[in-house]
Ligand binder design. Structure first.
Ligand code: 2PG
Length: 210
């Protein structure tokens, strides 16, 4: 019996390393990102956790991270990929350097675009918009697997996972900026049969860069 949900953020991407807004752009993992992906697998193995089901976004950095984990753990499963789990769409900010955007538009506006619940980057998604596409997918595809006594691993992105964590943990919109998940971090939830969360913990640190 398991009913465990694991949320892991992909390893560092080339855009993370260059400090640019990544969003729906599709950069590869860096060397460090590859190491972080292997480390996620090693951490899960250290806890004796073998996922039965794996989900990833449709973006390369998440699929590559998930594939490394699956292969390192020799898991005989297909990774289910969906763009519902993609990173928040950063719209016109995509590909722009974060420090330069902060200089041009001010630190406060930039922080609002990056960390508030409702602020929409120009032609992009707010965190609330991101939650509105992640949550239906979670309820329809992911939660039923967890409640079927599985260990389910979801490999996705800083903001698609933050949106999900906020809802799972009942974090109010006013506290959106307190929820962070660094590259290579793993958040674990144990569920009761009635879908209540019995416990939440970090299996690997949540304070990575970007
Ligand atoms: O650029 C992005 O897409 C995200 C994640 O890397 O960045 P931020 O932490 O600013 O939301």
């Amino acid at each position: 019996m398991s009913r465990q949900l694991l949320l892991a953020r992909h390893g560092q991407s080339a855009a993370n390393a260059a400090d640019v807004f990544t969003g729906w752009s599709d950069p590869p993992l860096t060397e460090r990102g590859l190491v972080e992906a292997h480390t996620i697998a090693a951490t899960l193995a250290g806890f004796d956790i073998m996922p039965d089901v794996m989900f990833a976004s449709a973006l390369h950095r998440a699929i590559h991270t998930a594939t490394i984990i699956r292969d390192d753990l020799c898991l005989p499963l297909e990774i289910v990929s969906s763009d519902a789990l993609n990173e928040r769409d950063y719209g016109d900010l995509t590909g722009m350097n974060k420090a330069e955007i902060a200089e041009r538009y001010g630190a406060e506006q930039t922080l609002a675009w990056r960390r508030s619940w409702v602020s929409e980057p120009p032609n992009g998604e707010s965190l609330r918009d991101t939650a509105a596409r992640v949550l239906p997918y979670y309820l329809r595809e992911i939660l039923p697997s967890v409640l079927d006594d599985r260990t389910v691993l979801v490999v996705a992105h800083g903001n698609s996972l933050r949106a999900l964590m906020m809802v799972l943990e009942g974090v109010p919109p006013s506290a959106a900026e307190t929820v962070e998940i660094g590259t290579g971090a793993i958040r674990s939830y144990m569920f009761e049969p009635n879908s209540r969360i019995a416990s939440a913990s970090w299996l690997a640190g949540h304070s990575g860069v970007c």
